[in-house]
Design a protein around this ligand. Structure first.
Ligand code: GLU
Length: 424
């Protein structure tokens, strides 16, 4: 029997990292050989070229992707990333993590992800609209409320989801809100979706701090990334009374031992788009932020920022992975060997976003809408349940928290595939 070892299509550092996580988890639970490759490799992908008219009348062509990793347990689900560094391998890895994340928290979804190679800062609002509409139009034969349901990710937001709903709805001839999640409230968006990922990160961090006997009001936190996830995490932790001692984005990083004024930072970014020249702290480097002595470090930006070198120099008690894939396989080994840092793995830590996306989709399908309190109460209940199941798996098999989360997520996808059998 021939065995696929690497995928020439997806091969990249980040894809290999997700594959390595899969292999470690599959070995740890003795996943039968016959089901491994079927569970591991992305099911299908689409690459599209996206010509758009620029404001000056010229035409630019962008490249976009959508990778559906698994469709075995329901429609696939996952965000759309607009970023200059997007590659199909990265999108595939992100789609794999979506599968395991949805499975871990018990959502009836497979995983998917989309991406367009673009720097959103270089496009006017009108150009962004044309690009977003063109992307979703090219995806029409590949997506649907029961097939694949996109959502925001890095570089995309509610406004973009609104344009996408409109483009898809114009095609089918009626409003179809369930085609994407993370929409504006006026188009069937859910209360609490915008803040859901950050609210979930902050809630889980608070719960793990409680387990460690540290009141959240005594915690100091450094957050890397001030996009939707980083900013909402900072806002929620600030509400809990934690002290945010450092923040950063791709333009700058700032430290303030007495605590960054989070409200001011949020206002600054709303007005200036980026943190560059923010005067609410002392400028530091990204590396200084990650290795700051504090209670928790929250990477909330891109993949692979916690390298083995950084992992060896971390001075926090908790590493809360708000980003997808922030810690390399080698850094994981360093953390395991150190044994003094509590890791909240990405597929658990940032699952609040897709959980509330699921609630949004349910509300769309039922045409029945919930209050913000209902949404958040249900979100926290699902996070508590997932946290508990990870703790149980850790105790039962003596796994690290990452391995416990991965084995639960991957094991359930494999079980579903096995139960469906192989057709024909
Ligand atoms: N992009 C988010 C994630 O990485 C949310 C995906 C969704 O809501 O479908 O989990």
């Amino acid at each position: 029997m021939s065995k696929v070892i690497v995928s020439p299509l997806y091969d990249s550092d980040v894809f290999r990292m997700a594959c390595r996580q899969f292999d470690l988890a599959a070995d740890a639970i003795n996943l039968p050989e016959a089901i491994r490759d079927r569970t591991k490799w992305p099911k299908r992908c689409l690459a599209v070229s996206l010509p758009i008219r620029r404001d000056d009348g010229s035409i630019s062509v962008f490249e976009g992707y959508r990778v559906q990793h698994s469709l075995s347990t329901g429609p696939s689900k996952g965000g759309i990333r607009f970023h200059p560094g997007v590659t199909i391998g990265e999108v595939a890895a992100l789609a794999m993590w979506m599968s395991w994340k949805c499975s871990l928290v018990g959502l009836p979804y497979g995983g998917a992800k989309g991406g367009v190679i673009v720097d959103p800062a270089q496009l006017s609002t009108a150009e962004m609209e044309r690009l977003s509409r063109r992307y979703i139009q090219e995806l029409i034969p590949f997506i649907g409320p029961q097939v694949d349901v996109p959502a925001p990710d890095m570089g995309t937001n509610e406004t973009i989801m609104g344009w996408m709903v409109d483009t898809y709805s114009s095609h089918v001839g009626h409003l179809e809100p369930a085609i994407v999640t993370g929409k504006p409230l006026a188009l069937g968006g859910s209360q609490g979706r915008r803040e859901a990922t950050g609210a979930g990160v902050a809630y889980l961090l608070k719960r793990y701090l409680e387990d460690m006997g540290i009141p959240v009001a005594e915690a100091t936190v450094a957050i890397q990334g001030f996009g939707n996830v980083g900013a909402e995490t900072a806002a929620a932790l600030d509400q809990y009374g934690a002290r945010i001692v450092a923040i950063s984005d791709h333009t700058a990083a700032f430290h303030h031992a007495a605590g960054i004024n989070v409200r001011r930072a949020l206002e600054y970014v709303r007005y200036n788009k980026v943190l560059r020249d923010f005067d609410g702290g002392t400028p530091i480097t990204n590396e200084e932020l990650l290795t700051l002595k504090c209670t928790a470090v929250v990477p909330a930006a891109i993949e692979r920022v916690i390298t083995p070198e950084i992992a060896a120099r971390l001075q926090c008690r908790i590493l809360a992975e708000a980003a997808n894939g922030p810690t390399t396989n080698e850094a994981d080994r360093v953390l395991d060997a150190r044994g003094d840092i509590e890791l909240i793995p990405d597929i658990l830590c940032n699952s609040g976003g897709v959980i509330v996306s699921y609630f949004e989709w349910l509300q769309n399908l039922q045409h029945f809408y919930w209050s913000r309190d209902e949404v958040l109460t249900k979100l926290f209940a699902l996070l508590d349940k997932a946290k508990e199941s990870v703790a149980y798996q850790q105790r039962k098999f003596k796994f690290s928290r990452r391995l416990a989360a991965l084995t639960l997520g991957i094991g359930r996808v494999a079980e579903a595939k096995q139960s469906r059998g192989l057709f024909p």
